[in-house]
Design a protein around this ligand. Sequence first.
Ligand SMILES: [Zn+2]
Ligand SMILES: [Zn+2]
Length: 138
Amino acid sequence: MLEVGQEKMLDWEQQNKGKTCLRCGKSGLTWDKEFHTKTGKWKLENHKRDDGKWCNKPPEIMMVRTIDECQLCPLCVGSFGLIKSKNPKDLELHMANIHPNGEIKTDLDFRMEMGMHPLFLKYWSNDIHFFKYSHMIE
Ligand SMILES: [Zn+2]
Ligand SMILES: [Zn+2]
């Protein structure tokens, strides 16, 4: 029987073993933990494919951008509300496109709009908008 603390530790080790790139299949890659904490998204280390070309080297503009150069949408709950500029016009545009009626959107809303299969809904039961879709799995 593992104690809770140990379990957590194993989890952590598992997560840190290295990631596999879905694009070229290279495994054992490290990832940017700070980026993940800030944005909730994964960013793998830059790596080269077998043919010597960069697989995922981000364009310069991505590399210099920090969280201080972004703004967060007040109506998005989760990781989709990050607007990658400080320009108020970009936020306005986002508001008009995504929240025309001032509605709050969560990650689940975005995923359902992208066509997530209802089967995956059960993993989203802690999303605040779960109730909107829960009838699909009942
Ligand atoms: Zn790759
Ligand atoms: Zn938004």
